[in-house]
Design a protein around this ligand. Structure first.
Ligand SMILES: [Zn+2]
Length: 331
């Protein structure tokens, strides 16, 4: 889900019984003591495009923008991800009809939500079964190659929603400030999967960033890409106890990239995967620069100051670092 100023969680629907959504770098939900990845089974992800035209964007334009965004995800090297356009349909997105459908809907009630993705998954395995994406006609949309001031860029938002469709949650690599209307404005974003959209007219979110690429490589990576990346794992602790919902970021001083994740258990455990092998600066910060519910459900602890791993941490090629412990202090 991506909104102009404030973000809500993507609807995550359990097959059989509803599972709480644990959105993080990837989605993944807790089953007993395990976090299960949410992803598509092997093979192409087939989708239909709703045939509705809206002012300024024909159904054909919309379909072409989806093709471009799908190609952008598919172009990440070393992944098995593949999309397959099944053609146009009169069926709107949202119904559970066994088809993945993308289209526009009139949702004047969701006055800050640009678009959303609903996912149906098998809550025993995490396998995705169906996904639908809608963009909200409450906003003015454009498919202009260079963008159009005041109009939201279809391709950028479709790229974000396709990220959800393949199983990614929101990234917290970005910075916002409060606006007078109570929303948030993006000051800088380091991921297409950041939950708050850029100013209408911007097109820079047509391009994936390091954090997006790490996430898709982690979820759909095949050798040798998997073998050339590594992960860093550890715990964030405060007063000897685990911290839930801390934002953990790895900075690669060679590439200058930021890749983030969250502590996802009461023990304060985290894994940052899909990192370029090599040394990283690891920083922990509270999730207090955005709306927490855009990222995680549960009791997120934001009462601590920024802290760093005591030394550089190496993500080994094809493997994981030894567990590191990062102590934080209450504010
Ligand atoms: Zn979103």
């Amino acid at each position: 889900m991506k909104s102009s100023v404030v973000l809500l969680l993507v609807a995550l629907v359990g097959l059989g019984h509803p599972a709480p959504a644990f959105a993080y770098l990837k989605f993944g939900f807790r089953l007993a003591d395990r976090t299960i990845d949410v992803r598509w089974p092997a093979g192409p992800i087939r989708y239909f495009v709703n045939d509705r035209d809206i002012p300024g964007v024909s159904a054909g334009d919309f379909r072409s923008a989806i093709t471009r965004a799908a190609a952008t995800w598919q172009a990440v090297p070393g992944t098995s991800l593949a999309f397959e356009d099944q053609g146009m349909t009169a069926a709107p997105p949202g119904g559970l009809d066994g088809r993945n459908t993308l289209g526009f809907l009139d949702r004047p009630d969701l006055d800050r939500v640009l678009g959303a993705t609903s996912l149906l998954l098998d809550s025993a395995t995490g396998a995705l079964v169906e996904a639908d994406v809608f963009l909200n006609t409450r906003f003015q949309w454009s498919v202009s190659p260079q963008g159009a001031a005041g109009f939201v860029d279809v391709e950028s938002i479709v790229l974000h929603e396709l990220g959800h469709l393949i199983g990614l949650g929101h990234s917290a690599i970005g910075e916002t400030e409060r606006t007078a209307s109570g929303g948030r404005r993006v000051l800088g974003s380091g991921a297409v999967m950041f939950p708050i959209a850029l100013t209408p007219g911007a097109t820079s979110d047509r391009v994936l960033q390091a954090d997006d690429i790490a996430a898709v490589t982690d979820l759909y990576g095949v050798d040798p890409a998997r073998a050339s990346t590594g992960s860093i794992r550890g715990r964030v602790v405060k007063n000897g106890r685990g911290v839930f919902g801390a934002h953990v970021v790895a900075f690669n001083p060679v590439t200058g990239t930021l890749i983030g994740g969250f502590t996802l258990s009461a023990d304060g455990e985290f894994v940052l995967a899909g990192l370029q092998a090599g040394p990283h600066v690891v920083r922990v910060e509270p999730l207090d620069d955005a709306d927490v519910e855009s990222f995680l459900s549960g009791e997120v602890d934001v009462d601590f100051g920024v802290a760093y791993a005591p030394r550089l941490v190496v993500a080994p090629r094809g493997g994981s670092s030894a567990a590191i412990e990062i102590p934080v202090d209450p504010k």
